[in-house]
Design a protein around this ligand. Sequence first.
Ligand SMILES: Nc1ncnc2c1ncn2[C@@H]1O[C@H](COP(=O)(O)OP(=O)(O)O[C@H]2O[C@H](CO)[C@@H](O)[C@H](O)[C@H]2O)[C@@H](O)[C@H]1O
Length: 739
Amino acid sequence: MASSISAKALMLLHSRGDRCLRFPLKNGVEFEHSENLGMITRVRATGGNSLGTDEDKDGSEGVFGAINKKRNKVLALQKDLLQQVVEIKKLVSSEKSDNILESEVNSISYELGNKPLTNKSSPKNASTRSDNAVKNQNENIASPNSAYSSKGSVKAPFVGTNGSFNEAKGGDAKTPPEMASYWIHLNEKLEDKAHETIRPDTLLALFANGTEHLNLEVENQESVSESAPVESEGETEIPPPLAGTNVMNVILVAAECAPWSKTGGLGDVVGSLPKALSRRGHRVMVVTPRYGNYAEGQDTGVRKTYRVDGHDEEVRYFHAYIDGVDFVFVDSPFFHHLEHNIYGGSRLDILKRMVLFCKAAVEVPWHVPCGGVCYGDGNLAFIANDWHTALLPVYLKAYYRDQGLMKYTRSVLVIHNIAHQGRGPVDDFFFVDLPEHHMDLFKLYDPIGGDHFNIFAAGLKTADRVVTVSHGYAWELKTSEGGWGLHRIIKDNDWKLRGIVNGIDNKDWNPRFDVHLKSDGYTNYSLETLSSGKGQCKAALQKELGLPIRDNVPVIAFIGRLDQQKGVDLIAEAIPWLMSQDVQLIMLGTGRPDLEHMLRQFESQHHDKIRGWVGFSVKMAHRITAGSDILLMPSRFEPCGLNQLYAMNYGTVPVVHAVGGLKDTVQPFDPFNESGLGWTFESADSGKLSHALGNCLLTYREYKKSWEGLQKRGMTQDLSWDNAAQLYEEVLLAAKYQW
Ligand SMILES: Nc1ncnc2c1ncn2[C@@H]1O[C@H](COP(=O)(O)OP(=O)(O)O[C@H]2O[C@H](CO)[C@@H](O)[C@H](O)[C@H]2O)[C@@H](O)[C@H]1O
């Protein structure tokens, strides 16, 4: 046996849970590993005194002293690193370079061992480490009881112990022997990494399961960030408060993630909420399918096989580290070339895709090294999104937690839209690969179709917590109209439901920095330059779309999916009245063919006033939001709605149907008190829409001061994700301590 053991071997042993093995470490110390506990239980001086246990107190001081010294060294090093982060951020912002965004600073990697700081990363070339270096290590970690491994039977996948090297027992304080082994492990880890780059968050991850030491480093971090607000392009950005002792490992799992894949608001949320959680100090990952050949993602070399519909399907895992978040892309021929048709194909095609994706996602924290270190399954919460990933909480429970694996991992399911549920005939159950006694989770009685199979139902019952994207929608979900057949299940689980209003990405959707406003006559603008800047954008939009360029005509916009939800038909009914007004109407959308046809018809019938852009164009969505005066959102239901938030951030006044998140976020204008943010109407009715829009147009034309007030109030709200991230953190914590 060698006289020392590497962190790699240590992880390996830990992951395999070998029975009471003893290994000598450097500095005359050895550790003992117990299979039963699946962790290092004892550390000894080679003289024979065991350390950190009650019966062997005598020998403990020397080695603990050494460990403490190491620990203090690491803390000092980390403090130094954090200081350097702040200094680099200051340096970058002082250059005020357009193309250096804060995101790049966040992805700067730091070398350990007092080496000079080097910038090796950018969002375009985001992965900073040699993931191949950890590839072999990872391959060697036996997929602990890979529930779906090609080698194991799906029906009996549960043997052995969990392989997570950083599992926190109960997620709480460590016992002295654990602390000792922990610091020895850390020491080994750092020695291993002495010649590699290591990210600050990886360093944090090494601390993530302790308590005392964690408090210390968080205090250090807080003192640094409080004293030095981050500047971004001349604007002082106060960093959000840190999670402190509540810091967790968080993995968002979703079928789409902007900017790589997006069909609507879900993609935006998954692209931005994780960054806000990371800013609070959590270690955050997004797992999403690799639909295309994304430049940022690097092959980790990790390959795993999962069973879908009786076949073994191999997945590969790609990885990128951007803006403090690990993005893991699950690659399989199942997903290829679907970036423009994510939910396309037959019902069974989609179901099989999501089965494979959820199976592959649940094991990411075991297999995929991020920053050189797997997340492990202690102190970990998954956030699944909508029905596409609602199988994840079910798999987590049925295949892992109920079998004594991933015992401390929790799941939160977010409802972005209950109208899509993953329904099918009861026999679809056999595709999800679960023992038959789980069938009742999925069975739902429908007054029209009788019993059917429903994935969302199973996810809602199984998840530890459920979030939806506004308070209004949380209430609506419990009504028979709003719950779309799931209201009873949601009511039964009301205790674990919470509404949290979405935020917006304040860099992507900010008129000051918007990259889509930098050409073709558009311009960036802010509150100070609102009138001139927005005016210029309006003229550029009219020019680009071939509408008469007129400053005094109100430009009304609609952006969204063309379907029943978004209430496009209400706009259609209001067209005769609207065309009697001096207005311009711009509609951007894609969806139901009959509604797409309708948009084209409107444009040809009223060519001097209407533009109907059929298609999905992120650039046009930004330009229309900037160049319009009014945004129309007559949605029949709207769980949150992002477009009205984007609109207000751009000084564009919303007129909305008062439902769900629209009601929560658009306070009606009160002309007597000069308060409010826009106009609302109470029912999905074209007459009501015309009435509200009529009042809005009157204010635009006749009451300029009131109009400016509406714009300014909209622009000065704090719509950032930071508030929502703090509330998500509360939910994650509630889940963590739920048994
Ligand atoms: N043709 C087009 N071209 C370019 N961009 C287009 C577009 N059509 C839509 N978009 C963009 O897609 C997003 C739509 O987001 P929404 O939140 O308004 O609705 P969606 O119904 O997709 O999301 C669901 O999830 C979100 C997130 O939780 C909830 O806010 C919402 O209420 C719920 O229905 C916006 O970024 C918008 O600009």
